[in-house]
Design a protein around this ligand. Structure first.
Ligand SMILES: Cc1ncc(COP(=O)(O)O)c(C=O)c1O
Length: 404
């Protein structure tokens, strides 16, 4: 008799996940995964970096390392984060195995079964799963074009004041899946509300470096850099969307008392993050190779976004609405209410294109009125055809629902 834990026993594979499994045909045009473009990875730079390492450092790369990170990388990353205005000060930096591990560890530190957690609605699916795995109860607050709806956030926190949530989890820069960039005013208003309710903030900044224009560059300043004095903020970031998820390197920048607990959790999870990729990431930062590389990424993702937006304008039914992203990987589209989004997904997959439906990102698992397109991993030659296929499926479904 196999006796699973309560948490694992309640995990179910979804219809959508099964459908995604079918979508690995080589000819399928995918707007599904939130993945960087394969052609963009700095393969040559990393080849050169590895070749130039001393034998000693190569041996270190193969070895276990300290739980909290490879010391030279901690130092170079700290400098890099300082250049983004992030406060080293009292805070401590820990390297994690992807930023999903940082989010997972923070979930483990704070959530007891049944505890409330406030997130945006929609929300990054990895965070939803991590918080659910500790049996947190998620409460989603809607986003508008400037960020989380601040009156709604205030309302929820007031309503929950007798048993306040353990933390609020937000992604202010180029949100996954909504693409939203929080305005400066909204960040200020959110900080005021969180301060008033004495709430801990987990700020996820996976996409902040991938802005498309100068104005957006000025806005991507993390809340951790702006409101450190008035709020307790656990800041997470990652190399996944820049260097590549195969590095499995992320980080958290947190106050020392949280750092201590996080270190204990990480020790039992994986002892340390891969030393091999930490050595490479450190050289990539120190050598300054990262700066021209980031410029290249911004340019290419902007181009892919422009092509996707142009094709949506041309082919999608006018009833589908969306906001043009100013950075990151995603466009989030709102569908007319009568539309069967799962039917549209099935039809698109049959014809050769795939996306992710909105319900995947709803912390309460209800949304059926949105879809997410990730343009980051779709090469320029495929974007128009892929969008045409999805547009045809949308139009066919709308025509059918009008006939009913
Ligand atoms: C908002 C957000 N945070 C965190 C992550 C986690 O990425 P990783 O664990 O590869 O750092 C992702 C990946 O899709 C993401 O979209």
């Amino acid at each position: 008799m196999i006796r699973f834990s309560t948490v694992v026993a309640s995990l179910r594979t979804s219809e959508i996940r099964d459908l995604m499994g079918l979508a690995i045909r080589p000819d399928i045009i995918s707007f599904a995964g939130g993945m960087p473009g394969n052609e963009l990875f700095p393969v040559q730079e990393i080849d050169d970096i590895y070749a130039a390492l001393s034998r000693d450092v190569k041996q270190t790369a193969f070895q276990y390392g300290p739980t909290t990170g490879y010391p030279p990388l901690l130092e170079s990353l700290q400098d890099y984060l300082k250049s983004r205005g992030l406060p080293a000060g009292r805070n401590r930096l820990m390297i994690t195995t992807g930023s999903l591990q940082a989010i997972n560890i923070l979930g483990k530190i704070f959530i007891d079964p049944g505890d409330l957690v406030v997130t945006e609605n929609p929300c990054f699916i990895g965070a939803i799963s991590a918080f659910n795995s500790y049996q947190g109860k998620l409460r989603g607050v809607d986003l508008d074009d400037d960020g989380i709806e601040v009156n709604a956030l205030d309302g929820v926190l007031k309503q929950l004041h007798e048993r306040p949530p353990k933390f609020v989890y937000l992604t202010p820069n180029f949100h996954n899946p909504a693409g939203t960039l929080y305005s400066n005013q909204r960040k200020y208003d959110v900080a005021e509300v969180l301060t008033k309710h004495n709430q801990l903030l987990i700020e996820d900044d996976a996409y902040g470096e991938l802005y498309f224009d100068e104005e957006a560059r000025k806005i991507v300043v993390p809340m951790k850099a702006l409101y450190e004095e008035q709020l307790t903020i656990c800041y997470t970031g990652t190399f996944s969307k820049i260097l590549g998820p195969g590095f499995r390197l992320g980080w958290m920048l947190v106050p020392p008392e949280i750092f201590q607990k996080a270190e204990l959790c990480k020790q039992s999870m994986d002892a340390c993050s891969p030393n091999f990729t930490q050595v490479l990431a450190n050289e990539f930062l120190r050598s300054g190779k990262i700066y021209p590389y980031l410029e290249r990424l911004r340019k290419t993702y902007r181009q892919r976004k422009d092509l996707t937006v142009a094709a949506i304008r041309e082919y999608f039914p006018k009833e589908v609405t969306w906001t043009e992203p100013r950075g990151g990987f995603y466009i989030w589209l709102k569908l007319p209410p009568q539309l069967d989004v799962i039917g549209v997904l099935k039809a698109s997959v049959e014809k050769g294109a795939i996306f992710v439906i909105g319900r995947t990102f709803d912390p309460e698992g209800k949304d059926n009125g949105h879809l997410r397109l990730a343009y980051s991993n779709t090469t320029e030659d495929k974007i128009e055809r892929g969008i045409q296929i999805i547009a045809e499926s949308l139009k066919a479904d709308m025509a059918a629902s009008h006939r009913m």
